[in-house]
Design a binder for this molecule. Sequence first.
Ligand code: PEP
Ligand code: MN
Length: 372
Amino acid sequence: MAEKIIIETSKKTQLNITSVYDWSGKNKKPIIISGPCSAENESQVLATAHAIANIDPSIIFRAGIWKPRTRPNSFEGVGIEGLGWLQKVKEETGMKITTEVANAKHVEECLKHGIDILWIGARTTVSPFAVQEIADVLKGVDIPVMIKNPVNPDLQLWIGAIERIQQAGINKIVAIHRGFHTFSKSPFRNDPNWQIAVELKLMFPALPMICDPSHICGSTELIPYIAQKALDMELDGLMIETHILPEIAKSDPKQQLTPSQLEELLSKLVVREPISQSKKFIDSLTELRSNINKIDDEILHLLMTRMQIAKEIGKYKKKNNVTILQAARWEELLKDRISRGQMMGLNEDTVKKIYHIIHEEAVRIQTEIMNS
Ligand code: PEP
Ligand code: MN
């Protein structure tokens, strides 16, 4: 069954946000944040940081000090001691440093230790109490805060966390898209669910957004694909986990890149312009879009006709006292449409989702008829 995500119609809302290009140390796309999932010991942190700084010192260095682990008794981070290692990274490489905070104490310690940027993790964004506690302690402080999406596909929770931090007076805010938990079969650890990120961008056009391909993918193979896709979706940058020796990492070993893999990935990324000024480009785009408009018109007409027929069938079923759902017919129809779609080169999952929506609407129409 296709997963249901309810997204409100977008409406632009005001958020007083300072551009990420004004404070991150980099004035153009893509902003890159990289470093290990967790700070494990001083030499691991420094070796990873130097290798990353050698690639590009404008990369912002990340490392988790307090780790929100799903199950207890796994590595829960080194705690305050690690903040000293991050300070050393800053002194020795000049890179800005960032770590995850989940409560007021974490924020206070970060402020004492010169952490440049804070981030709120996906397991914290789900909790308005925790986010409010962080917001309260940030009142009167000028520090950038990055807010990951909540674990579950709930746009309102993400917006709520952003608003709480903004209402504390923080204007340097970045949203981080790190994918969403899903019960459906997926090649990803966390489903990208791009439409939620796009909806947030449409609502808050000034809000910078960064993608975290590491936590979306859960393993290294798909990272280049998601990283490029994020830039093609007009996101501002990437947070990518890198470890000097990923195979012995104490958390997320499968998804961390080596510094040389990071370097290769960054060298292959293509930063595209949102629009080209070339007349030839604009003319072909206009023509292609006008074709799309015509096809959409036909799709809508066909849908209308299909629903009218579903209504007729509904009336006929009512007259003959027959149930709405005909499971065998529906199963057969879906199988047939998927295989025909595949023959036409359409994606199986997409065809399935479309037919679930069409069928749901036909059932709704027939239910109305039955109850009339
Ligand atoms: C992390 O960045 O290491 C992390 C715990 O991420 P998330 O909150 O996205 O799970
Ligand atoms: Mn991690």
